[in-house]
Write a protein that binds this ligand. Structure first.
Ligand code: IPE
Ligand code: IPE
Ligand code: MG
Length: 249
């Protein structure tokens, strides 16, 4: 993606006033996509890169503020070693190859998860990307890596406990409004729209704290078949919904 032209939301049938501020995506189905073609799972992961590129570009072009991609879960470490290493290499290459254009398009890259679990060669490329794009003001792209929602909440509880021990926080000050400051990305608003591909009706330990009131869109498309058209469909559907947050109309 060289420097991309912006797209007015109207051009793709969307209301510019009602865009979700934050979209989170569980990118699932790479393995099945490859299996359907009689190919190894890694072939599907490689094919999924095109979807990542298209979706990131589209979000940036219509001025979505935050996009979180569930890229590798803590549970994904349980996969065969060869698949895990291939995913790590794909991730490193993706960061390496895309960073220049992401930067040119004012995209800020962030990561959430237990980043220290990642191999050094990924951590290195990741911190380079984060540092290079730190001051960018366009789309914030958040990569969830070695990420688990329960782990994030537990890590946050541990941080809050330390602050109490330091005498800088009273236990009574911990509540649902203040707890968010201990999460991995305290300044990022909760996702408005959560998308999952491949038809699975579960959240698989993704952003458990943050999705309390997210609108959910599940598509049967496998991740390598997911394109901006499906993204725009999901956003259009989101724009028709009435969010009540427990209140009444
Ligand atoms: C999602 O696709 C990518 C990652 C979890 C890294 P999968 O690899 O889970 O593909 P399926 O669900 O087995 O088809
Ligand atoms: C969720 O997909 C994790 C990512 C997309 C990175 P999984 O394929 O790991 O989830 P399950 O096993 O179907 O719940
Ligand atoms: Mg899967």
């Amino acid at each position: 993606m060289a420097k991309e032209k912006k797209i007015h939301p109207h051009e793709v049938g969307l209301d510019p006033g009602e865009l979700p501020q934050h979209i989170a995506i569980i990118m699932d189905g790479n393995g099945r996509w490859a299996r359907d073609r009689g190919r190894p799972r890694i072939f599907g992961h490689k094919a999924g890169i095109e979807s990542v590129r298209d979706v990131v570009k589209a979000c940036s072009q219509i001025d979505i503020k935050y996009l979180t991609l569930y890229t590798f879960s803590r549970e994904n470490w349980r996969r065969p070693k060869a698949e895990v290493s291939a995913l790590m290499r794909i991730l490193r290459n993706l960061l390496r190859n895309e960073i220049k254009e992401l930067d040119e398009n004012d995209v800020r890259v962030m990561a959430i998860g237990r980043i220290n679990d990642l191999p050094d060669f990924v951590q290195k490329e990741l911190s380079r990307a984060v540092d290079k794009t730190r001051d960018n003001k366009g789309l914030t792209l958040i990569l969830a890596l070695s990420y688990g929602g329960r782990g994030e909440i537990a890590d946050a509880a541990s941080r809050a406990a330390k602050r109490v021990l330091d005498g800088r926080l009273a236990p009574e000050e911990i509540n649902e409004d203040t707890f968010g400051q201990f999460l991995y990305a305290p300044d990022v608003p909760d996702p408005d729209l959560l998308i999952r591909t491949s038809g699975e009706l579960r959240v698989s330990n993704f952003l458990l704290w943050q999705i309390a009131y997210s609108e959910i869109w599940v598509t049967d498309l496998l991740w390598p078949d997911f394109t901006r058209n499906e993204l725009f469909k999901a956003i259009a559907d989101f724009q028709k919904r009435e969010r009540r947050f427990g209140g009444v109309e």
